[in-house]
Write a protein that binds this ligand. Structure first.
Ligand code: NOJ
Ligand code: CA
Length: 551
């Protein structure tokens, strides 16, 4: 009896866990991604920090957001914006202290919100003490096998494999394997099918790879026990090498996620995998989708001749998207969550590629924020911050700096981001005198910010539009504009129609046999839904998006 009571009380205190091992709070989670160096500087050094983030929590919550994801805040050499970690157990001094991070988590929790960090699982900085030790000639030291060292480079490597070999000429060996930049040596999780002629290819169960897994568990435990609610896992799909079908990587994560669910039932792990079919099977709670040519003609930084869907010209198509989305959705439904983020620190912002006015962005945001799964808003996308072409390369950002410019809070010289000299800001601000800012949009009921707020309010109070609401594509995908889909849960039924183009459009769909259909939210009162005997007709004016309630 006593233990039963303990169980019940424990359950009440800790909250529930659903059958699929996701904490209940994920069902209504809406994330805000913060690039910490660029959000709010509190001490005038021109670089954002934890105290700065703390001072903006009320704003974040006011948007309708309840969970924050911070890009890496750990001690780093900053040659890849913090994704080159020197010490996974310590906050970098530019951001503050471990104590301040714990205080931030407490402040977040006081507001009923959650906070997750970035786990750079695949590699460390070459300045990490682990790597420095593994370079030594003695191969029997604690960190000797945390990395992959090879005496010679085979000449039958594929181009992609070969690009990962870095010549180091260390006492230990000539080469090591990297993940991204040369300063990011890959941690050794082993090889899916070790080649006996390649002694550096250890099996996933060899002592080195096992020790690295334990280290990962230690890092997770260290921060979760301090009040952090989980991690987004960088490059989660790439841990085991030479694993083309990802079987060994999935097995590794199944083990880790099983351990995590037991130990931290209220925690979340989010994969940066870009293939939810695999990552959800591997036990992750959430994984991202790539919007592809829905929003961008760029692929891996290179312009393609793809016709983008969300443009006024309206020359895009939706066939590939529908197939991709349906495939991912149907294979993960009731198991884990998809996320189609508004953006991230690696890709151009939604306000780019000719899509810079608020009317167009509202249409796109209506689409993004009415998807099933967990919404992620990249800081500044709620006010329409632009991708800034030709921003200088800062700390390995290359052209990603255009997406990492300082948050625009108000109309002052540094936009309220910092009191530093303009020249000392982490990355220069959007130079446009009319750049959007929070203060201006707060006071305008028709601003993009308030549009997003009201949309998130509707989402959070309407189960069918929420993370677990079902999704069905309704329009003919061969007629790309408008795109029409339905969200549904219990008795709630909503049809969403999206028209990015500069012309009025019409769709006919199989009748939903409704009694009433009302235009309840969107960018235009003039979007109409006419009920027919066999077909219903939806008409939308140029550049508009409408949510219809179906009864
Ligand atoms: C993906 C991260 O999002 C990106 O910013 C980073 O450069 C690479 N992984 C390497 O860690
Ligand atoms: Ca600072």
């Amino acid at each position: 009896m006593k233990s039963f009571l303990v169980l019940v009380i424990g359950f009440l205190i800790c909250g529930a866990v659903s059958a699929q091992n996701h904490p209940d709070w994920v069902k209504s989670a809406v994330f805000y991604q913060i690039y910490p160096s660029s959000f709010q500087d509190s001490n005038g050094d021109g670089i954002g920090d934890l105290k700065g983030i703390m001072s903006r929590l009320d704003y974040i919550q006011s948007i309708g957001i309840n969970t924050i994801w911070l890009n890496p805040v750990f001690k780093s050499a900053f040659k890849d914006g913090g994704y080159d970690v020197i010490d996974f157990y310590q906050v970098d001094q530019r951001f503050g202290t471990n104590t301040e991070l714990i205080q931030l988590a407490e402040e977040v929790h006081k507001r009923g919100m959650h906070i997750v960090l970035d786990l750079v699982a695949g590699h460390s900085s070459n300045e990490s003490p682990w790597f420095k030790q593994s370079m030594l000639a003695d191969k029997n030291l604690q960190y000797s096998d945390y990395y992959i060292w090879a005496p010679n480079k085979p000449n039958d490597l594929s181009e992609q494999e070969a690009s990962r070999w870095v010549e180091a000429n260390a006492p230990r060996a000539k080469y090591f394997i990297k993940n991204f930049y040369d300063i990011q040596p890959a941690l050794n999780y082993g090889y899916a099918n070790p080649n006996p002629n390649h002694p550096w290819e250890q099996s996933v169960d060899a002592p080195g790879p096992r020790a690295v897994r334990r280290e990962l568990q230690n890092i997770i435990t260290f921060w979760l026990e301090k009040g952090i609610d989980g991690f987004r896992v960088d490059l989660a799909a790439s841990l085991v090498k030479n694993d083309p079908d990802k079987k060994a990587t999935i097995a590794l994560w199944k083990e880790l996620n099983g351990w995590f669910d037991q130990k931290f039932p209220q925690g979340v792990l989010i994969a940066e995998w870009f293939n939810p079919k695999q990552s959800i099977e591997a036990g992750f709670d959430i994984d991202f989708l790539r919007p592809g040519k829905l929003t961008s003609a760029y692929e891996r930084g290179k312009k393609t001749d793809a016709k983008v869907y969300f443009t006024k010209a309206g020359e895009g198509d939706i066939v590939d998207w529908k197939q991709y989305f349906t495939d991912q959705y149907s294979n993960t439904i009731n198991k884990g969550y998809l996320s189609l983020p508004t953006g991230n620190h690696d890709s151009p912002r939604i306000a780019s590629e000719g899509r810079e006015d608020a009317a167009q962005l509202k249409v796109l945001l209506t689409f993004l924020l009415t998807q099933p799964g967990v919404p992620f808003i990249y800081y500044g996308d709620e006010i329409g911050m632009k991708y800034i072409q030709n921003s200088p390369d800062v700390e390995g950002s290359k052209n990603r700096s255009g997406t990492r410019t300082p948050m625009q809070w108000d109309g002052s010289e540094n936009a309220g981001f910092s009191t530093a000299q303009k020249a000392n800001l982490y990355i220069p601000l959007d130079p446009d005198a009319n750049r959007p800012n929070v203060a201006k949009q707060e006071s305008d009921p028709n601003s993009q910010l308030n549009y997003v707020r009201n949309l998130l309010k509707l989402r959070s109070t309407t189960e069918a539009l929420g993370n677990d609401g079902d999704w069905t594509f309704l329009s003919d995908e061969k007629q790309a504009y408008p795109m029409v889909y339905m969200r549904q849960k219990g008795n709630g039924k909503y049809v969403i129609a999206i028209n990015p183009t500069d012309r009025a459009v019409e769709a006919k769909i199989k009748t939903l046999q409704a009694n009433h259909v009302n235009n309840i939210y969107g960018t235009s009162k003039n979007g109409t839904y006419k009920i027919g005997k066999e077909q219903d007709t939806i008409k939308l004016p140029a550049v508009s998006a409408v949510i219809f309630k179906v009864e």
